[in-house]
Design a protein around this ligand. Sequence first.
Ligand code: NAP
Length: 249
Amino acid sequence: MATLTGKVALVTGASKGIGAGIAKELASRGAVVAVNYASDKAGADKVVNEIKANGGKAIAIHANVAEPQTIGPLVDAVVKEFGPIDVLVNNAGIYEFGPLENITPEHFHKQFNVNVLGLLLTTQAAVKQFNPAGGSIVNVSSVVVDGVPGASVYSATKGAVDTITAALAKELGPKRIRVNSINPGIIETEGTHAAGFIGSDFQKEAEKRTPLGRIGQPKDIATATAFLASEDSAWINGQAIYAAGGFTL
Ligand code: NAP
């Protein structure tokens, strides 16, 4: 389904997990894709090579979105290589759970710097170099916006993401740039394996609360994101789209 032919897409945090799935899906639909990574160059190169092996076009670009000075060069590199941006997927994100008594300024700022400030500054830089015809921004949020006990800081970062989506949809509408959130439930990724979620009681509880009876895979989020990136969703703007198999908290 070549709904993104010739579109230029930047996916942050695409060296693994959901971001890698999104990068590959956008490429499979005809987009040329900038695969951003922070530390895992090998992972990003693997995603790029897979896209190329399937006849697509992609490059890996390093930038830590928590370091503001690296964001301008990231966007400049995309535009230099491929031209103006049509699609930005703000996927780079970290999750650290912990109860109220364990919250520290470090735990707070670490997550907000990536999940919120990084997303805002990446969007700011990218919008300056968007195609004048407009485009689509997809912010990877989460079902945790409904509040997860023991994850108040992470949940707050994603609540902020959805509020930014609503505000920027209004602000960027006149530029014909749509902004939506995609809100996954638990997805099996390198990150959720490392966090110990996969195979845990947390996963079993999530499956019980999911009418479709399973947790998600990156592909489940990638196809929904590709829809939001494409003109098939031309009239969807400022929304938080839950992609979680009907999961409710
Ligand atoms: P993951 O497997 O841990 O992968 C995270 C990706 O983000 C990696 O490519 C990592 O790059 C990149 N990243 C982290 N910090 C970064 C930074 N400062 N600058 C640039 N890139 C950075 O995570 P995931 O599970 O796929 O999650 C991806 C997104 O989905 C996050 O926003 C997360 O909050 C959201 N989400 C995940 C789930 C889930 O269950 N998995 C559910 C809801 C929402 P390097 O590896 O190169 O450092």
